[in-house]
Design a protein around this ligand. Structure first.
Ligand code: GLU
Length: 410
């Protein structure tokens, strides 16, 4: 999704809430944008240079927080959009952070493990002046994981002393949190179950489709299937598949993990499908859990699901969103639906600061409590002000970030 699209969502909300030009200006502008050169020596001795970014959108409510994405399409515009979404996301769930995002314009599949480590360490050196446990705390996002967080923590600690709280999403052996890997998908599955119930659809037997069986999509699919829902369509960069009887979800996840292309394509016992057929699937719920901007106006017109739960950040363009809302499709927006990840990151950071660790049950219970409260709050605002869920979530976030910004002063 582009920054312009994010500004459109935000602008619709600030006008609706009449926050005024002064606050609007502050909320629309990122507070710091850092662009760095990430130069490494390749295994063959040649030099490779990549562009890296860390963009801090708003820090009024606490330290900046947000993931790091390694992808060949990462650019300043996209990172700006994603940083802004983090400010709203942390406010919707009421955790004490601002919003940030970072990334490197690189396809990690073209790097050897050694090159990936060097890219990560070099990037950490380049951004270490603007991050820190009380300043800005990165985390995993597209194509980044616990190993990458471990390298960042190690590299940062070399010049700042042992600092586990500088990143979240770390492996358990390095002060990570129980439940963090599954947390984003768990939040998506919880929101999907609650929204299905609101629509009067029993989760047991509900039919759903997932785009992207990466960390978020696979956990969402697994947890929904455990609740009795049926995954009947799936797809990703490698292709689309369907099975009207429902996939064996753990087997499908294993297939993706072992596939050289990390794709659902070719899963035994499935029928080949297409991007178009996937979005037009006859399902109760559609879960876009891959990249941004996939549901545009054309795609939106073909959607038959009654519910969309946004596991990915920014999967729906503003025109598509208006189209869907006009047809009474319920959309649980990214800033609520995928907030489980950053909420569990918050738990990890709290545990790091307290040097006291919680059980997986404690983590999952606290996660569900926070997400349920946020889901109910968004639902109440939507009902009271006759708004769709995205606008209601933005309204809550803009109110909270706006108030904090005013209290702190310009
Ligand atoms: N990358 C995730 C997101 O977009 C998690 C961010 C975090 O944990 O800081 O919400």
């Amino acid at each position: 999704m582009s920054y312009e699209d994010t500004l459109r969502y935000l602008g619709d909300t600030t006008r609706l809430m009449e926050v005024g030009e002064r606050i609007e200006k502050l909320l629309m502008t990122p507070q710091r944008q850092l662009k760095v050169e990430v130069a490494i020596e390749r295994d063959d001795g040649s030099v490779a240079v990549f562009e890296g970014f860390r963009i801090q959108h708003n820090g009024a409510r606490g330290p900046y927080k947000g993931g790091l994405r390694f992808h060949h399409e990462v650019d300043e515009d996209e990172v700006n959009a994603l940083a802004s979404l983090m400010s709203w996301k942390t406010a919707v769930v009421g955790i004490p952070y601002g919003g940030a995002k970072g990334g490197i314009q690189v396809d990690p599949r073209t790097l050897s493990p050694g090159e990936l480590e060097r890219v990560t360490r070099k990037f950490t050196d380049q951004i270490q002046v603007v991050i820190g446990p009380e300043v800005d705390i990165p985390a995993p996002d597209v194509n980044t994981d616990g190993q990458i967080m471990a390298w960042i923590m190690d590299q940062y600690s070399k010049s700042h002393g042992y600092s586990p709280g500088v990143v979240t999403g770390k492996p358990l052996e390095l002060n990570g949190s129980e439940g963090r890997v599954a947390a984003t998908g768990r939040g998506v599955a919880l929101c999907a179950s609650w929204a299905l119930a609101d629509l009067g659809i029993d989760v047991r037997g509900a039919r759903f489709a997932v785009q992207g069986l990466g960390n978020v999509g696979s956990w969402a699919a697994r947890l929904l299937a455990e609740r009795g829902a049926k995954l009947v369509a799936a797809g990703d960069h490698g292709g689309y598949i369907e099975n009207p009887d429902g996939f064996d979800v753990p087997a499908l996840i294993d297939h993706v993990a072992n596939d050289t292309n990390r794709s659902v394509a070719g899963f035994p016992g499935s029928d080949e499908s297409s991007f178009e057929a996937f979005f037009a699937s006859d399902v109760d719920a559609l879960l876009p859990c891959a990249l941004g901007g996939v549901i545009n106006e054309e795609v939106a017109k073909t959607i038959r699901a009654r519910l969309i739960v946004e596991g990915a950040n920014g999967p729906t363009t503003p025109d598509a969103h208006a189209q869907l809302i006009g047809r009474d499709v319920m959309v649980i927006p990214d800033i609520l639906a995928n907030a489980g990840g950053v909420t569990c990151s918050y738990f990890e950071w709290v545990q790091n600061n307290q040097h006291f660790y919680w059980s997986e049950n404690e983590v999952n219970e606290r996660l569900e409590t926070i997400l349920r409260k946020a889901y109910d709050g968004v639902g109440r605002t939507a009902a009271k002000k006759k708004l769709d869920h995205r606008t209601a979530a933005f309204a809550i976030a803009v109110r909270e970030v706006g108030k904090a910004t005013v209290l702190r002063g310009i």
